[in-house]
Design a protein around this ligand. Structure first.
Ligand code: DAS
Length: 336
């Protein structure tokens, strides 16, 4: 259901928060879809979509204006606090965020775990710069607002909308470096789709999110350092050692296959555990779960379930920031 039948004075109030990314970028020519620069702002993006005023009352705020590979923990905390503050305003019906696509899956999963109000939160971006022929940003933004004004979007957790698909932030993963339909959940169905100017939801997320998580950022000043160590043939222990020496409180091991630990990885994990560093076994494989196994009992590792390494890093940071021990972390990886 959408609010398209509402009269103008009863249009829903949507706050659009700008974080940056390709949606606000431009290149030297209309045919160039690489090597672009972040030249615009949220205001210039909004100028390209005047139709938004026909479906919602829009307020906007530029939180930061960066390429998403520059989004750090401080930005995550600031953005989450702005989302929670805006949603707490009874006049606001939902929040839409424009964000670079490179690390969109991390920011969205973070918000999915820490937003504390069940109003719609929808994140979008663009795979092509605003200067490109058939730039996808304007329609993505229009569709994101369409989803945010839909009554069905409330209580769904954070949603990612690109290329007419609606995917849960739990699963949304960038699966292509340049295609406009880059975002999918590796194993799961999309929650919905947009067509003919309508949003059609077909499913809802089963894992706990937003109001149903135990995370509360009110007492969190900073997130702990969690690093990702990649598994590959002939890998040694030096990346584990480097992460530990750099002050990591947690390590996500992007293992081969179903979270396999090589002898070198086992030595790295032991080194980490001796220093009190939590280790999660995720996988470098694009789809499927990492299941709990005998190594977890021996090495006190935590299976990532279906979270890919960057998403596992987000959950591990939040768990450690809330003082979770290995047992509590294992449970978090099962339910979130
Ligand atoms: N410029 C990259 C980023 O900010 C890519 C993008 O937005 O698509 O993530």
């Amino acid at each position: 259901m959408t609010s398209s039948n509402r009269t103008p004075n009863t249009l829903r109030q949507i706050v659009i928060l700008g974080v940056g990314g390709t949606i606000a970028a431009s290149a030297a020519s209309a045919t160039q879809t690489h090597d672009y620069k972040l030249t615009g702002t949220l205001d210039t993006v909004l100028e390209q979509v005047p139709q938004l005023g026909e479906i919602a009352n829009i307020r906007s705020e530029q939180v930061v204006n960066v390429a998403s590979h520059e989004v750090d923990n401080a930005v995550l905390l600031r953005l989450a606090s702005r989302v929670n503050e805006h949603l707490a305003d009874p006049a606001v019906d939902g929040v839409v965020i424009t964000h670079g696509t490179d690390t969109l899956e991390e920011t969205t999963y973070f918000l999915h775990l820490v937003v504390k109000i069940a109003k719609p939160v929808v994140v979008t971006g663009a795979m092509r710069p605003s200067s490109a022929l058939s730039a996808d940003g304007p329609l993505n933004l229009y569709n994101a607002v369409r989803v945010a004004i839909s009554e069905d979007a409330a209580g769904m957790g954070v949603l990612v909308v690109l290329d007419e698909r609606v995917v849960s932030a739990r699963d949304a993963t960038k699966t292509h470096t340049s295609a406009t339909d880059a975002f999918r959940g590796p194993d799961s169905v999309e929650l919905g789709a947009l067509s003919g100017g309508r949003v059609r939801f077909a499913a809802s997320p089963l894992r706990r999110h937003t109001c149903d998580t135990s995370f509360d950022l009110a007492a969190v000043q900073a997130l702990p350092q969690v690093d990702i160590v990649y598994g590959y043939q002939n890998a040694g222990t030096h990346f584990f050692r480097a992460a530990i020496e750099a002050g990591a409180r947690g390590i996500v091991f992007a293992a081969t296959g179903n979270g396999s630990l090589s002898e070198a990885a086992k030595a790295g994990v032991l080194m980490a555990r001796e220093r009190g560093v939590a280790v999660v076994r995720s996988s470098r494989v694009a789809a499927g779960a990492v299941s709990e196994c005998a190594d977890d009992a021996c090495y006190h590792t935590i299976a990532a379930d279906t979270l890919n390494p960057p998403k596992a890093r987000i959950l591990l940071m939040l768990g450690l920031a809330h003082g979770m021990d290995t047992t509590a972390l294992r449970r978090a990886f099962e339910i979130y």
